[in-house]
Structure formats: structure tokens, C-alpha cells
Write a protein that binds this ligand. Sequence first.
Ligand SMILES: [Zn+2]
Length: 83
Amino acid sequence: MPIREYSAVDPKKSCPHCKAGFERVEPMECPPFPVCPECSNPVERQISAPSVGGSQSGFDDRAKSAGFQKLEKTGQGEYEKKY
Ligand SMILES: [Zn+2]
């Protein structure tokens, strides 16, 4: 079952429980839990995955211009030098 993270929509109105954020293990089919179980104020679901993508190419360009080499795993424990 996935772990979903929630935190308060409005930290000013929230209790310490949801202000700091909390996690719930929920079945896939369970809808996102809309309120804090402690104070019943609205909470929102957090995207817990790290933000990758978008700015990645910019990072690569900066790393390249800074003289770093990027090694990409090609499988079998081997690494291919990308540039
Ligand atoms: Zn709360």
C-alpha cells in the first residue's frame, strides 16, 4: 500500500500534527484524505517524489561547463561516459 504524505493547507489554522505534515498508509483505491484527523482542518497531499526532469538539462549544461563528467549506467555494472 502506498504511503501518502499530507500537510496543512493553512499552517496558521492547523494543529502541530498537520503543521509538520504526516503520513498515512492507504489502499490505492482510497481517495486522498482531505482533512487532518486531529483538528479537521483541510490538508493537502504532498508529492513526495523528488522533482526530477524539468531542469535536468540545465543542470547537465552547468555541470558540463564546470568540467564535470557525467557517467551513465548502461547496465551490467558498466558506465558509459556521456561527454
Ligand atoms: Zn491538524
